[in-house]
Design a protein around this ligand. Structure first.
Ligand SMILES: O=C(CO)COP(=O)(O)O
Length: 156
């Protein structure tokens, strides 16, 4: 099966998901404060508690989904599939087991599938936010999964 790629343009205003596990929330809030002037130019989304804390502590406008353990990671994942989210900052906790670990893995996996940049630490988030892609249009290329599915169905 040969893959065909679809190209689409991502505008100057990005759609950014911000997520942090509990132990990492203070770090993400600090990071949002540091990068307030950049973040305020974009559309922000987050899992429930993270989004509420960011809004309260930084004054940024952010759309909140469900809390992570109640399906928030899956909602963000669905937005990636729909082509809504362009960047993800996810300060996951590398030292604490999460009850919704399958959802966390699913979100990381779907970001890879759609080649959506995901920063999982402050260092990578700093690289991402200061990247030349942040404030300009760029062309994003992903596999045409519709063609892929059709070809698979036809071959069965
Ligand atoms: O658990 C999370 C991500 O896996 C984050 O969820 P909250 O933002 O609701 O704490």
């Amino acid at each position: 099966m040969e893959n065909e790629y679809i190209k689409f343009t991502i505008g100057e205003k990005k759609d950014i998901a911000l997520i942090a596990h509990d132990n990492e929330k203070p770090k993400l809030i600090e990071w949002c404060k540091e990068n307030y002037d950049i973040l305020k130019k974009h559309n922000l989304y987050g899992t429930g508690t993270t989004a509420r804390l960011i809004a309260d502590k930084t004054g940024l406008t952010i759309k909140g989904y469900n809390s992570g353990p109640l399906g928030g990671d899956q909602q963000i994942g669905a937005k990636i599939v729909e082509g809504v989210i362009n960047f993800v900052v996810f300060f996951s906790d590398p030292l604490t087991a999460q009850p919704h670990d399958p959802d966390v893995k699913a979100l990381m996996r779907i970001s890879q599938v759609y080649d959506i940049p995901m920063a999982v630490s402050k260092a990578t988030a700093d690289f991402m936010i200061h990247s030349e892609f942040m404030d300009k249009e760029y062309v994003h290329e992903v596999i045409n999964f519709k063609k892929n599915i059709q070809e698979r169905a036809e071959s069965m």
